[in-house]
Design a protein. Structure first.
Length: 361
């Protein structure tokens, strides 16, 4: 059978694009890419054989040529990935789709084609049973036709005797011979097809056994994938915690960046102040000389101040002595005034006495 079907016999009924993978035949675990990029994947229907195939061609290379049987199952393993096992090709095909909707459409078409293949197989079995019954009936009718031939004589005898009954029997005999020949041909044909079906059944049995073994293998792989998934989840949690720490570190870095900008601004201000101080530092020698002069003047002033302080002490002593002398003088003055007041009183009395004497005289 040609991988690319002739259009006179097979016609595409559904077409999509996907990345094609095949299971690694050595490990039966890892996927091996069958195409470097997304390729066309199509369902084909063969009206002559009443069969369905999935075909995909990458350039001149046929990467999928899978005849769909009722025993096949298409499994979605993720939102955009699906797979099915082909026992005839002894491999497992995987398709990666750009979107979940395309995967869903492909899976629905797979189920539809699978049901159609099952219906075609049931009809084929019904035809085999019908043909078998027909061949048995033809075998039972053959002796009667032989007996009819022996009773009525040979064809030459029927022709010589003539008559409508003989002609009718001859016609019936010819029909029976044709039916017998067709039955023999059909029996051979159905024997070949029965043998083909037996071989196909044997292959399907082998494929079923392989599928059972593959199921156990996939169960183990699923368990391993589950463990790996748990590890990945814990790893994701650790990474999320690390991301949170990174976010906090970014926030701290942002704060440090803002603080660094502030420090740079302050540094610029300090540099300006330093520049001003440098300019002022240029006049420091002059200021130092002036300071020395002022220091000398200050020392002279301190010496004068010390002399003045000594004079102030002396003056204070003199003031105290003056106050003491003044107090004594006040006391003496008071005593003198008291004596003077007494003398004045005596003079007043003496004047009055003189006045009284003058009046008397």
């Amino acid at each position: 059978i040609s991988p690319v079907p002739p259009y006179s016999r097979e016609q595409p009924i559904f077409t999509t694009r996907a990345h094609v993978f095949q299971i690694d035949p050595s490990t039966k675990k890892n996927w091996v890419p069958a195409s470097k990029q997304a390729v066309t994947v199509s369902y084909f229907y063969d009206s002559t054989r009443n069969s369905y195939r999935i075909i995909s061609v990458d350039g001149a290379k046929v990467i999928i040529n899978s005849t769909i049987t009722p025993n096949m199952t298409f499994t979605k393993t993720s939102q955009k990935f699906g797979q099915w096992a082909d026992s005839r090709a002894n491999t497992v095909f995987g398709l990666g789709f750009p979107s979940e909707q395309q995967l869903t459409k492909f899976a629905e078409k797979f189920q539809e084609v699978k049901e159609a293949a099952k219906l075609a197989r049931d009809r084929s079995q019904e035809k085999i049973e019908t043909s078998s019954n027909h061949s048995q009936e033809s075998g039972r009718e053959t002796p009667s036709s032989t007996r009819a031939s022996s009773v009525n004589g040979t064809d030459d005898e029927k022709a010589s005797h003539g008559g409508p009954a003989e002609a009718h029997l001859k016609s019936e005999n010819d029909k029976l011979k044709i039916a017998l020949a067709q039955s023999s041909s059909n029996v051979k044909k159905w024997e070949v097809e029965l043998q083909t079906l037996r071989e196909s059944n044997a292959r399907l049995t082998t494929a079923l056994q392989e599928s059972a073994a593959s199921i156990e293998h996939w169960k183990k792989q699923f368990s391993a994938c589950k463990d790996e998934n748990d590890q990945l989840r814990s790893k994701i949690e650790e990474l999320e915690e690390q991301c949170n720490e990174i976010d906090k570190e970014k926030e701290r870095n942002a704060q440090l960046s803002r603080r660094l900008q502030e420090l740079e601004t302050e540094l610029q201000d300090k540099e300006l102040e330093l520049e001003e101080l440098r300019k002022q530092g240029e006049v420091i020698p002059q200021l130092m000389s002036e300071c020395e002069s002022v220091s000398e003047q200050l020392q002279a002033a301190e010496k004068k101040n010390k002399d003045l302080e000594e004079k102030v002490i002396m003056l204070r002593t003199e003031v105290e002595e003056s106050k003491h002398r003044q107090t004594n003088l006040k006391t003496e003055l008071k005593n003198f005034l008291d004596v003077l007041d007494g003398k004045i009183d005596e003079l007043h009395d003496f004047r009055q006495g003189l006045s009284k004497l003058g009046v008397d005289n």
